[in-house]
Design a protein around this ligand. Structure first.
Ligand code: HAM
Length: 418
């Protein structure tokens, strides 16, 4: 037998309703926030992620599914949704369209990580991206959209943490201070961090190695180095969050694992799923579009992990609304009545009624049992008498009540009782 690859999961038919609930909720948030869907390829040129996500990040360094295709091009399965959306934005000339351009996506993403609860190698993200505004209210709107999504799902005890990691100007000053602080302990840090020290010191704050974490615990904080413009922007974002009644904490340790961020970064974190508690992360990325060859278009967005949300909801007993059961089951006795049951089911379906009938050659008794098992609301058993009369006793399974209904009136009867 061939097994599923490590770090991937099947969504089985009995669990699909959970996904539908999350996807429907995402679509509803997108509707009220006026976000239009964008779909981009599952794979892109590797360079997009090297330049977009950043070649000092764990994602690009260690986690990408990269291969050469038969034409010798280096191709990578998307590790996240932002870079592909940004590429599409540039390539399709959307910067000369109406701004802001507000979009959302639901996409698979691939990262070669060590699988554990809430961490997979293939996972799915609901993300939104807003292009064209550098204003703090755009950041706040994106954060409110994420919050509203989580609220509509019914997840509890998720905390919002925000930070600002500044712009090019303040980042340069901060990097200098950070390097001065780290220099005496550099030889005690992991090789990756030693490499990052020269290329991108901020990334060191993201290291998961215990020794490195100990050293960075007392490091200078980016929030103390923000330039006036970034500080003002960060204050304004907070003012919008407060005005909308959203609780948050400022956490200077949030630097995010991707290089494109500028100014605002944020995460929604839960204690309900162990180590992988971040259900949603995002922030502003004012330099990405330019970095990828477009014009200067500021942007802000987030992505939430669908598997992580499902896990959190399961662990904390948040109910998923179950999907509909069959409205009516048509049982047939012999060949002729089975054909009539089959046709009645077809007619019912044409009217939008969920109808089921037997394909297993079961006895009428076994069909009743099966109809009960699949939760059919009504059962109509058709035999010789029913064929003669053109009418059938329809049983309401909830209370056993029986009603005689002409074949021609069955659909109206079921729709009335829906
Ligand atoms: P990210 O923080 O790397 O950000 O991922 C966003 C979310 O995807 C995480 O909060 C988590 O819920 C989920 N996630 C990430 N890795 C895994 C994994 N291995 N298994 C399961 N779930 C995972 C981004 O991807 C950015 N593109 C977000 C963004 C959009 N920023 C601006 N716009």
């Amino acid at each position: 037998m061939i097994n599923i690859p490590k770090g991937t999961k099947d969504v089985l038919p009995q669990d699909a309703y959970k996904w539908h609930f999350i996807e429907d909720t995402a679509a509803e948030v997108a509707r009220v926030y006026n976000l239009k869907e964008i779909r981009t390829p599952v794979f892109e040129h590797t360079e997009l992620f090297q330049r977009g996500v950043g070649d000092t990040t764990d994602i690009v360094n260690k986690e990408m599914y990269t291969f050469n295709d038969k034409g010798g091009r280096s191709i990578t399965l998307k590790p996240e949704g932002t870079a592909g959306a940004a590429r599409a934005f540039i390539e399709n000339g959307m910067s000369s369209g109406v701004l802001p351009a507000k979009m959302f996506y639901i996409t698979p993403a691939f990262r070669y990580e060590r699988p554990q609860a809430g961490r997979l190698r293939e996972f799915h993200q609901f993300g939104i991206e807003v292009y064209g505004s550098e204003k703090p209210d755009a950041d706040a709107e994106v954060i409110f959209a994420a919050s509203s999504f989580l609220q509509k799902l019914g997840v509890k005890d998720v905390k919002l943490k925000i930070n600002s990691i500044g712009c090019k100007t303040c980042r340069a000053r901060y990097n200098q201070a950070l390097k001065e602080y780290l220099a005496p302990n550099l030889d005690k840090m992991c090789p990756v961090c030693r490499d990052r020290y020269g290329k991108n010191p901020l990334r060191i704050l993201d290291c998961k190695e215990e020794d490195c974490k100990k050293i960075t615990a007392q490091a200078p904080r980016i929030t103390d180095y923000l330039c006036d413009e970034c500080a003002e922007h960060f204050n304004a974002v907070q003012a919008y969050l407060k005005a909308g009644g959203l609780e948050f904490t400022v956490d200077p340790d949030i630097v995010r694992g991707l290089d494109y961020y500028t100014k605002t970064v944020f995460e929604f974190v839960s204690g309900g799923i162990g180590a992988q508690g971040t259900v949603c992360g995002g922030g502003r990325y004012d330099g990405l579009i330019e970095e990828l060859g477009g014009s200067h278009i500021p942007a802000v967005g987030f992505a939430a992990g669908i598997e992580r949300l499902i896990l959190l909801m399961e662990n904390t007993a948040v109910p998923f609304p179950e999907e509909g059961k069959p409205d009516i089951y048509f049982a047939g006795m012999d060949d002729e009545s089975r054909r009539v049951a089959f046709s009645l089911a077809l007619k019912a379906r044409e009217q939008g009624i969920a109808a089921e009938t037997d394909h297993m050659g079961r006895s009428v008794k076994a069909q009743f049992k099966y109809a009960d098992k699949i939760g059919a609301k009504y059962v109509a058993a058709i035999g010789g008498n029913e064929l003669e009369e053109g009418a059938v006793n329809i049983k309401r399974m909830a209370d056993g009540q029986v009603q005689k209904v002409n074949f021609a009136d069955i659909n109206a009867y079921v729709l009335n009782g829906k």
